[in-house]
Design a protein. Structure first.
Length: 647
């Protein structure tokens, strides 16, 4: 058998594959799948979703005139093959690496990424905005706008809000529903493909348009009946009644891995006239074409580097348990003692550790799908009936439910407990997933208790304290990754409300830490002491209620007060500054330095490198302390022997 000439090397941009035959596009898909597997084996990342859309990616770029036609990938997990085909193959092995390509779509990275997507269910809204803009500008010929959204993302209400708006907008939009949670038997698939090709064809649409015009000549009740009859006939035949009711012309389902099915339908949709939005339902298999991914329970959703032949993922050397695992252990311990405790997550049971909780307490665990708004209010409803809900949501995703946190929880003073995983920098997932705004957006809410553990042992205490708070909402944040290796208790201790602790007493400089930057504070204190500057280190534990007695003592007995947190401006340091300003500490000459994340987005990198870039390391603390003291490091220090007690 004559070996096939490689095709992927000939594709620099999507225009290069638009003259390929169907057989060549099939071959290109095979090569693209192999390239994607090899890439993620090197870099790690989201493999399964990308493998599931290889044929769909090739077909869309072969049929549509991207980038003039806008192609939006919802979430962006599945965009690796898209990046390879759109001029980024030479950099694809820098994916998620320092200074390399983003793991998601990004407008600044390529003109083929018209919209940045990393949080779920935004593609239809963005696509409709582009379609309306196109129509308002009177573009001719009209560019196509294609939004590819996965079935999981359709569990979010935002997708339906957008579809409802699109159905009534009069702006043409193509939504591709990538459904990887169902299968089509071959005979059904062939019939479905035939019907899809038929009802998306120009002749059928012209006939349908003629029927619609004729129906308008009928009395209005008969017109409505005729229109409904046609919609329901197609809906029942194809399974798309829901989308028809939202105002979309439904086509499908078709096999998303079969080029003979995909290409003619996509061409029909490209060439169709009219202003009706269309939903094309394609069925794919997550992890398609790579046996280890197909066999995996999560279809290799997110993977570390792996061996392509065996599929075995690289394992980090054994270390302390992750904060996520510790949270799950702590919550299980509390739930064993309190039958009122229930746990809610928004499509992230594994990511938040609630899969472990769910095995122990399946009837008390609720995964509501990608619906953070619903998760928050659902938890609030349970709180009104005396349950003790823990709402475990990544810090970056809780932003999506902020209105509900304000109106449905805080305003009603309901004891919902927010466990915010992935607080601070998150490494390779970059700015879109960094949990850096929670302190600012929760700290302004009356009555909210906000805590942060300095280490994994304190996380046990945070969970226990939150479980004990029954008269108001509470939140605690903890980082991605492993703890520092401390022995874990069997159950946490309940902290005294709004009280921090002093770990080391000094007299010249005070370092007040909120969260895991405490250990950088201790390192900095050692270095400052070696230079002769006696340094106090305190762990705030609470941002709200703030330990004002501790803050006042630190301010009165030290020349310099430094706060440090891994959050944005407007969080813990701002709360401390507000208190100090009103108590006159600055009038008395206190030198205050709030260390926060800088006022800019920090790109993907290793967590350690991100902290260096953010200026939140022990060395940065030392630098700020010495600058505040106006110390020339070449001159000898004059230590002040006076210490104080925070007790």
């Amino acid at each position: 058998m004559t070996p096939r000439t490689p095709l992927l090397d000939r594709v620099k941009l999507p225009a290069d594959l638009r003259n390929f035959s169907t057989d060549q596009l099939k071959q290109l898909a095979d090569e693209l799948r192999a390239e994607t597997i090899d890439t993620v084996a090197t870099t790690g990342g989201h493999l399964g979703a990308s493998l599931g859309v290889v044929e769909l990616t090739v077909a869309i770029h072969a049929v549509f005139d991207t980038p003039r036609d806008r192609l939006i990938w919802d979430v962006g997990h599945q965009a690796y093959p898209h990046k390879i085909l759109t001029g980024r193959r030479d950099r694809i092995r820098t994916l998620r690496q320092p200074g390399g390509l983003s793991g998601f779509t990004r407008r600044s990275e390529s003109e083929y990424d018209p919209f940045g997507a990393a949080h779920s269910s935004t593609s239809i809204s963005a696509g409709l905005g582009m379609a309306v803009a196109r129509d308002l500008k009177g573009e001719t010929p009209k560019r196509n706008v294609i939004a590819v959204i996965g079935d999981g993302a359709m569990s979010a209400g935002m997708a339906y809000e957008a579809m409802n708006n699109a159905g009534a907008s009069g702006s043409r939009l193509i939504v591709v529903l990538n459904d990887n949670d169902m299968s089509i038997a071959p005979p059904v698939g062939a019939m479905s493909a035939y019907l899809s090709r038929l009802i998306s064809s120009r002749s059928f649409l012209s006939l349908r348009d003629f029927a619609v015009r004729m129906a308008k000549r009928f009395p209005r009740p008969l017109e409505r009946t005729a229109r409904r009859a046609e919609e329901y006939a197609r809906g029942i035949l194809t399974g798309g009644t829901l989308f028809e009711e939202l105002g979309f012309y439904y086509v499908g389902p078709i096999d998303g891995h079969n080029m003979e099915h995909l290409l003619p339908v996509l061409r029909n949709l490209r060439d169709a006239e009219g202003d009706e939005p269309v939903l094309l339902h394609v069925v794919t298999q997550k992890g398609k074409g790579y046996a280890p991914a197909e066999a995996s329970a999560d279809k290799y959703h997110g993977v570390s580097k792996f061996n392509v032949v065996t599929g075995e993922q690289a394992k980090a050397p054994p270390g302390p348990p992750s904060y996520t695992k510790v949270f799950a252990q702590a919550l299980i311990a509390e739930a064993e003692a309190d039958s009122r405790i229930v746990a809610v997550t928004a499509a992230m049971p594994g990511g938040t550790g609630l899969d472990a909780f769910g095995k122990k307490f399946p009837e008390r665990t609720f995964d509501v799908g990608i619906a953070e708004q619903h998760a928050v209010t659902f938890a609030a409803g349970m709180a009104t009936e005396g349950l003790a809900p823990f709402c475990a949501i990544y810090s970056t995703f809780l932003q999506r439910g902020y209105d509900q946190v304000v109106h449905d929880v805080a305003l009603q003073n309901l004891p919902v407990r927010f466990a915010m995983d992935r607080a601070g920098m998150v490494g390779a997932d970059g700015a879109t997933h960094a949990g850096v705004y929670d302190l600012a957006y929760l700290g302004c809410l009356p009555g909210m208790v906000i805590m942060a553990p300095a280490d994994e042992a304190e996380l046990f205490d945070c969970v226990a304290t939150a479980a004990a708070i029954d008269d108001r909402p509470s939140a605690f944040r903890y980082p991605r990754g492993e703890g520092i290796g401390l022995e874990l208790p069997k159950r946490g201790r309940v902290w005294e409300m709004g009280k921090g602790r002093v770990l080391r007493e000094g007299s010249k400089v005070a370092i007040l830490c909120f969260g895991p930057r405490l250990y950088d504070g201790l390192k900095a204190a050692d270095a400052l002491a070696a230079r002769g500057y006696s340094t106090t280190v305190a762990d705030a534990r609470f941002m709200k209620p703030l330990d004002t007695a501790l803050v006042d003592q630190l301010a009165r007995h030290h020349e310099v007060l430094i706060t440090i947190e891994d959050g944005a401006i407007g969080g813990f340091g701002s709360a401390v500054a507000h208190h100090l300003a009103w108590t006159g500490a600055f009038d008395r000459g206190l030198k205050f330095r709030p260390m926060t994340l800088p006022d800019r987005f920090i790109d993907h990198n290793t967590p350690a490198a991100q902290l260096i870039e953010a200026g939140l390391t022990a060395n940065d603390i030392i630098t700020h302390a010495l600058n505040a003291l106006k110390v020339d490091e070449a001159s000898p220090a004059r230590p002040n022997p006076v210490a104080f007690s925070a007790q």
